[in-house]
Design a protein around this ligand. Sequence first.
Ligand SMILES: *Cc1c(COP(=O)(O)O)cnc(C)c1O
Length: 518
Amino acid sequence: MSLPGSTVQVPSTGVTPGSDGARAHLFTAGSVEEYRRVLAEGIGRVAARVSEVDRPFTGATPDELAPRIAGIDLDRPLGDSGAALDELHDVYLRDAVYFHHPRYLAHLNCPVVIPALLGEAVLSAVNSSLDTWDQSVGGTLIERRLIDWTADRIGLGPAADGIFTSGGTQSNLQAMLLAREETCASLVGRATERQSRPELLSRLRILTSAAGHFSVQKAAKLLGLGADAVITVPTDADRRMRTADLAREIARCREEGLVVMAVVATGGTTDFGTIDPLPQIADICAAAGVWLHVDAAYGCGLLVSPTRRHLLDGIERADSVTVDYHKSFFQPVSSSALLVRDRRVLRHATWHADYLNPARMVEQRIPNQVDKSIQTTRRFDALKLWLTLRIMGPDAIGALFDEVIDRAAAAWQLLTEDPRFEVVTRSQLSTVVFRYLPAAAGREVVDDANLYAREALAASGAGLVAGTKVDGAHYLKFTLLNPETTLDDIAHVLDLIAEHAGWYARTRATAELSCPVG
Ligand SMILES: *Cc1c(COP(=O)(O)O)cnc(C)c1O
């Protein structure tokens, strides 16, 4: 470096050769033009790909893609964003699964709203970390407003609080952590409890329905509970928790000296989209003095539904609630939260570190979100929801969710009238579980025909559906989250499934005829 008009050599600053080039990539005051250019280029590629996608998936297999990705030398950079985007097209953008496509009908993945994408771009560029006030400032307050707004929508009352998380799995884990600690704290106070903590942990039980989410099992494992800590309560014909069985299980646990630390009710089961009877479950939990957690990872969109909010009635009596904005609020992954009725319980997630959030900061009333979270460095995911609410508003989000629920009801009706298929439980949300029934085929052939149809459909890329098991048999599942999916799209995919499954069943019957077993 030399000063203009000067020949004086400035002594070396110790900067290693080549770092000037590297620095050009840092997002700083000096590189904003590069930032504009590179991001616009990236947005251009994504826009081009999204606009040309004519099916949700190309059908690419791991065997085709793996060598392409393995063949890239990560130690030899291309040095140029255009070239890297070309390469990215080859290894990712071309074959990605596109959730915005109307024939993507598989998992709980939503098309995303543009205000949230704007939020995503802003939050990663500014890169606030929401662990402490001194790394986020307004971001902390925005997250807190959204937590209060969500708790208000749920009706959790004036002492409510919560925290954004990476997803429903983490929200459920933290809820179970809080329930475990509250339960242990209440037991330790009792004179009769002379057990060591490991002994106590082995007696803790969580009750959830047979249709509850597997993350509850994982949480129990991570929290050091016993292998049989999660008791599955049977469901009724609508796949909702049977409350008589719940009451009976709680009583049985008590008789056996076990401690029920939480009941997990599901506000929209992943497979069946049905909602456990929340008011009755809340009554049972209140009478038994048991923590009620409502897993509304899927059904939380009802909180903004202009017509269906009542389906979640009773959720306001929960001790904790999981919501996944990245499922039914049309937000990009990840965006989720855990809400609690009594903000004091979040202390079980608190640890004061001298370098980050010393205890004196609490006295100084400095809002450090890390005190409530099981993460430290944490994304400002809340910004996506903030811009969504500020640009679109909650009713617009609720209307989108309502639309897919209506579509699922119409799809269910279509399936009930179609003799080729059998359909189970009518969803209260937006899933449809069904299977193809080939004429006069045994159970094993029905299972295999449906498994085959799902794979064949995916391989063609013409549509993507999910699969699940119902009472031990293989079924197919639509999860509708795209308002652009029409009933025609659904009918078309059903025809394709019937073709694939029918072909499989016929081929197998012919094969069995020509070489009979035995
Ligand atoms: C999806 C889901 C979860 C897990 O949420 P992630 O965000 O995928 O971690 C938990 N519970 C229910 C009912 C779900 O549908």
